[in-house]
Design a protein around this ligand. Structure first.
Ligand code: HEM
Length: 486
């Protein structure tokens, strides 16, 4: 009989319906291993959810190169036109818990794992091109302000607007987030952005700064505030459902990967700091180059195994790609593997969805849940007993020349408002109306001084923008200005 029910030890189970008791009415016996194992395992079914980006959906697919990137990077998977690399993608919302509605005004995560021949490369981006802050030291505060209030367990605009208005570099991101871009229709019809700049290094060692964009071939579709209300009443799992159903029907979503470049010698030649993640690199100035196309063509067989246990990190890079000096990115390099060792255990890279297709050879060993143990007796390097794995200097990272003092300082060109104003002016009148009404609805319950700080920041971005917000909130801006100057 090959469909025999067994314990996790593989022993056949004689009765899966009745606990073993001392007599018909007697108490249950501790010796009932099957019962204890079944309940004890059930008790441990939940793992900690991601501290951010808890709600998500994922799919497998393939990335195909359309233009060789050899001139800019030696990354093996980007060398040849037509080269295909398997990928796994997880989309997510950021702030709320694992079962929360997918209608929230929130950035959407767009994380891609490329299983390349030279190791896994993770591009862990969002659907908006900029971020709230530019230094990792502010991330826990930013997230705390956006997460539910510790007393009520309800998200509170009075908390996050307080933080955001005291953090003026967020003005650009808020101008994206409170437009209808903050509520994308689903995961298929949205773009993705790497947000940070990274370094690409070619075979000659030449470094180029690069920014990434995933352009949806389905187009971009957003929801207005009233469409969000309708959607939420009807089905708040719509984004997961939409992705799953389209892939199941064979209507595979696709994104084109595009990049922009800046030469290191030019990095100080712009009015803004190109390594600042609160800035875009304007397309007119920095044209996009097409790299290739990604197709998502397979749903996960099991959500927990593949989506919940997936682990992405901006520090998962391959030869030819390195992080830039962006201070937000630098903090992320530590944060992701750190949280994943806590969330999934120290051997999280042995879980199939995270396990590289490239061979793994090193002497890291032991630890909780190790299922792929290095069995060599000579588990150290160098050793004179075996011809075990050794380093290859061909894969050393680039060297960076540094001058100056160790310091704690803001970047030089903060320029918190110019691009926020440009973004506002790029919206058509309907988009501006929706942005303003979304802002007014959110800010109207917030205390006056926070409202005034918000108005101030938006005025500095664009006078009309801030004045319209003031009008919407019923603030007499002339009176406010005269108070400010008295
Ligand atoms: C998830 C930290 C900024 C995109 C996470 C997680 C942490 C984290 C701890 C949970 C990871 C896990 O449990 O597997 C940080 C820190 C940041 C930062 C410390 C700034 C210093 C950003 C930025 C982006 C981003 C700027 C977008 C460019 C994502 C995405 C996920 C994520 C997409 C979900 C990955 C997945 O689907 O598993 N972040 N984050 N984060 N973060 Fe960040």
């Amino acid at each position: 009989m090959d469909n025999r029910l067994t314990t996790n030890q593989g022993a056949p189970v004689g009765d899966n319906q009745n606990s073993r008791t001392a007599g018909r009415r007697g108490p249950t016996l501790l010796e009932d291993y099957h019962l204890l194992e079944k309940i004890a395992h059930f008790d441990r079914e939940r793992i900690p959810e991601r501290v951010v980006h808890a709600r998500g959906a994922g799919a497998h697919g393939v990335f195909r190169v359309e233009n060789s990137m050899k001139e800019y990077t030696k990354a093996a998977f980007l060398q040849e036109v037509g080269a295909e690399t398997p990928v796994f993608v997880r989309f997510s919302t950021v702030i709320h818990g694992v079962g929360s509605p997918e209608t929230a005004r929130d950035p959407r995560g767009f994380a891609t794992k490329f299983y390349t021949q030279e190791g896994n490369y993770d591009l862990v981006g969002n659907h908006l091109p900029v971020f709230f802050i530019r230094d990792a030291i502010k991330f826990p505060d930013m997230v705390h302000s956006l997460k539910p209030d510790p007393q009520t367990n309800i998200q509170n605009p009075g908390r996050y607007w307080d933080f955001m208005t005291l953090t003026p570099e967020s003005t650009h991101m808020m101008t994206w987030l409170f437009s209808d871009h903050g509520t994308p229709a689903n995961y298929r019809e949205m773009d993705g952005f790497g947000v940070h700049s990274f370094k690409w290094i070619n075979a000659e060692g030449k470094v180029t700064y690069v920014k990434y964009k995933w352009e949806s071939l389905q187009g971009v579709r957003t929801l207005s505030a009233s469409e969000v209300e309708q959607q939420q009443g009807k089905d708040f799992n719509h984004a997961t459902r939409d992705l799953f159903d389209h892939i199941e029907k064979g209507e595979f979503p696709q994104w084109q990967l595009k990049v922009q470049f800046i030469e290191p010698a030019d990095i100080d030649n712009y009015s803004f700091d190109p390594l600042d993640p609160t800035k875009v690199w304007p397309e007119e100035q920095f044209p996009f180059h097409v790299v290739g196309t990604m197709t998502l063509n397979k749903n996960p067989d099991n959500f927990f195994a593949e989506v919940e246990q997936s682990a992405f990190s901006p520090s998962a890079v391959v030869p030819g790609i390195e992080p830039s000096e962006d201070k937000l990115l630098q903090g992320r390099l530590f944060s992701y593997p750190d949280t994943q060792r806590h969330r999934l255990g120290p051997n999280y890279l042995q879980i199939p969805v995270n396990c590289p297709y490239a061979p793994v050879r090193n002497h890291q060993r032991d630890g909780l849940m190790n299922v792929n143990q290095d069995t060599s007796r000579y588990n150290y390097e160098p050793n004179s007993y075996t011809d075990g794995p050794v380093e290859d200097p061909a894969y050393s990272e680039t060297e960076v020349e540094l001058h100056g003092q160790v310091t704690r300082q803001k970047i030089e060109k903060t320029d918190d408002f110019t691009q926020a104003g440009e973004q506002y002016r790029s919206y058509n009148s309907a988009q501006k109306d929706n942005l303003l009404s979304n802002l007014v609805n959110d800010l109207q319950g917030v205390k006056k001084d926070i409202q005034l700080r918000a108005i101030c920041n938006f005025i500095r971005a664009d006078r009309e923008y801030g004045m319209r917000l003031a009008q919407g909130l019923g603030v007499d801006i002339n009176e406010f200005m005269s108070q400010l100057h008295s």
